[in-house]
Ligand binder design. Structure first.
Ligand SMILES: [Zn+2]
Length: 94
């Protein structure tokens, strides 16, 4: 795992902490074959499985999965609202 990947995972873990979701763990497995990035939330085992190409962390995807945990819903309006809230809270515009 490259530094950029670790940095993104630490960022996500700090958000989970702040939201009181520290029991959730993130499993990163690199996707170096050119498939699309993807994430999955396993509610039962409290795991986020996340794939992106090594060294190319996908911050929006990470936030997307955290939103699923918070809302417990699919891609509905509650999800969209919460996602936008997290974006404004945690994305630093460079
Ligand atoms: Zn989703």
């Amino acid at each position: 795992m490259k530094y950029a990947d670790k940095q993104c995972l630490r960022w996500a873990e700090s958000i989970l902490q702040e939201k009181g979701l520290q029991e959730w763990k993130i499993d990163f497995s690199p996707n170096n074959k050119g498939f699309g990035d993807e994430g999955l939330c396993l509610q039962d085992s409290k795991r986020i499985i996340i794939h992106w190409q090594e060294g190319k962390p996908n911050y929006p995807l990470m936030l997307h999965e955290i939103t699923h945990i918070i809302t417990g819903s699919g891609h509905d309006s509650i999800f969209a609202h919460e996602y936008m809230k997290l974006v404004s809270e945690y994305f630093i515009v460079e």
